[in-house]
Structures are given as structure tokens and as C-alpha cells.
Design a protein around this ligand. Structure first.
Ligand code: SER
Length: 276
């Protein structure tokens, strides 16, 4: 069984071995970004790098980012306490490419890390891609790359922009995304249990674990309430793998709150509550 700390370290070391520079988590309060109240994703601290305004001495980075989603665009507050997988504060593991690699390598890394490093059962994995809209076409490239690494075609699904187009806020870097979902039920072979409708569907049996964003656009406001997508200087990658959700899988438990990252805190509070 891997502890939460071991999963975090394995992730960061894996991406370091593949040429990424390890970067510290940025503070929960973004210092210079009036568009955000709290840090909501690993990419926040790299926003200007994606936009081509800031240069760093590396083209690839990885981090474990402390995130708070209790307001703003990515508000999980209403889900907390109702599902086994939502928290307001959580850690997001991420690998980033600033105009270096793009979709194909992002997909190869994600598959390799989950299946070969963490030894997840690939029969439990599902993959989603952007179905396209009136501005951006369907992501056939991502579908092809998932199939190339070994994903069965019937487990690569298309979804709309609600799930498969990621933007940090109303404005800023954004792009189509591809998510990996994991079936936690008791029989991955049984299609009546490991069901297609559970992906982005009800309950906790299948949960999203990793989001790969193919950063291609800057969303700008052209007049109040009207937005337009402009291409970024270079196509880039921003991913986010939930540390607590990954720990659920690696520790064989059913809820983020049962992992070694959170259970000791709950146990301690319980002891205080009963006055031991
Ligand atoms: N920015 C994306 C997300 O938060 C991937 O890290 O889901």
C-alpha cells in the first residue's frame, strides 16, 4: 500500500526523470491575479508563462499544488459532504509543458504513470475527450493517442465543454481537456457494473482522477459579458491529478476521508470531541 506522501513523491520523481523541473506549491492566495480569489489549480502560478508574458528557464515543470475550491468558477463547496470524493481544500499533482510537448506525450506520460508506475488496473480506466463546439472541433487527436497507448476504443468517450473544456476563470489560458476516470466497483469485467453511464454520472463508483488540459487559447473579454478565444503563442499542457483520489485507489478505501491523508485528522478531532 502506498501512503499519500509516497504517491506525491513518486509522481514528482517520475516527472523529474522525464525532464520536468520540480516547482513548489504557490500560496493559496494568488499574489498578483485580481481574477482569482483562491488558487484553484496547479496552473495558476504558470498563467503568464502560458500566455508568453513570462519566461522561465525550464520548458517542463511538475508540482503538488495546494488548491481551494470554495468559490469562483470551480466551486466544489456544494458537493462537499455529499460525495466521497469532493473536498474544498486538496492537493493537485501536475505536470506542465510550456510550448514543449503537447497532446501525444501528455497522454503517454499519464498512461505510463498510472498503469506502469502505480500499477493501476487498466480495465478500470475510462477516458474522455472534448466533443467540439461551434468554435473548436472534436478532439480526434486525443482519441487517437489514447487508443495508441492501449485504451480500448469503447472506453474513450466524448463529452461537451462543461466537462471537457477547461478554463481557469472567465478569462485566461484555456483549452480542450481529456480526463481519466476510475471505476471503483467490485467487478471491472462486468459491463453492467463498470458502466459507461457512470462516467460523469451519478455516485462515487466511477470518479475522475486526472485532467489533461491542452492549453491552446487565451479567453479574453472583448466587451462586457462577451468573450473570444485567441490562440496562445505555443500549444502547452497543464494537468491535474487529485492526490487524495489517487490515494483512495492505492489504499483500497472508498472515500477521500478514509485515506491516510485525512483519516488521522478526523480521528484526532473525534478523540477531542469525546474528551479522551
Ligand atoms: N487545470 C486543470 C484542472 O484544474 C488541470 O490541472 O482540472
Amino acid at each position: 500500500m502506498l501512503t499519500g506522501n509516497e504517491i506525491r513523491e513518486k509522481f514528482l520523481q517520475y516527472f523529474e526523470r522525464h525532464g520536468h523541473t520540480r516547482v513548489r506549491s504557490s500560496p493559496l492566495l494568488p499574489a498578483n491575479d485580481p481574477t482569482l480569489l483562491f488558487t484553484n489549480a496547479g496552473m495558476n502560478q504558470f498563467k503568464d508563462v502560458f500566455l508568453g508574458i513570462e519566461k522561465r528557464e525550464y520548458g517542463r515543470a511538475c508540482s503538488s499544488q495546494k488548491c481551494l475550491r470554495a468559490g469562483g468558477k470551480h466551486n466544489d463547496l456544494d458537493e462537499v459532504g455529499k460525495t466521497a470524493r469532493h473536498q474544498t481544500f486538496f492537493e493537485m499533482l501536475g505536470n506542465f509543458s510550456f510550448g514543449d510537448y503537447f497532446k501525444e506525450d501528455a497522454i503517454k506520460f499519464a498512461w505510463d504513470f498510472l498503469v506502469n508506475e502505480l500499477k493501476m488496473d487498466s480495465r478500470r480506466l475510462w477516458f474522455t475527450v472534448f466533443e467540439g463546439d461551434d468554435q473548436v472541433g472534436p478532439d480526434e487527436d486525443a482519441e487517437r493517442f489514447w487508443a495508441q497507448v492501449g485504451a480500448p476504443r469503447e472506453r474513450i468517450l466524448r463529452f461537451s465543454g462543461k466537462d471537457n473544456f477547461w478554463q481557469m476563470g472567465e478569462t485566461g489560458p484555456c483549452g480542450p481537456c481529456s480526463e481519466i476516470h476510475y471505476y471503483l466497483g467490485d467487478d471491472p469485467q462486468d459491463p453492467t457494473k463498470n458502466r459507461v453511464d457512470l462516467v460523469n454520472g451519478p455516485g462515487d463508483t466511477t470518479m475522475e482522477i486526472w485532467n489533461l488540459v491542452f492549453m491552446q487559447y487565451n479567453r479574453i473579454e472583448i466587451e462586457p459579458g462577451k468573450y473570444k478565444l485567441e490562440p496562445l503563442p505555443k500549444p502547452s499542457v497543464d494537468t491535474g491529478l487529485g492526490l487524495e483520489r489517487t490515494a483512495v485507489i492505492m489504499q483500497g478505501v472508498k472515500s477521500n476521508y478514509e485515506t491516510d491523508l485525512l483519516k488521522p485528522i478526523i480521528d484526532f478531532a473525534a478523540e477531542l470531541a469525546v474528551g479522551k
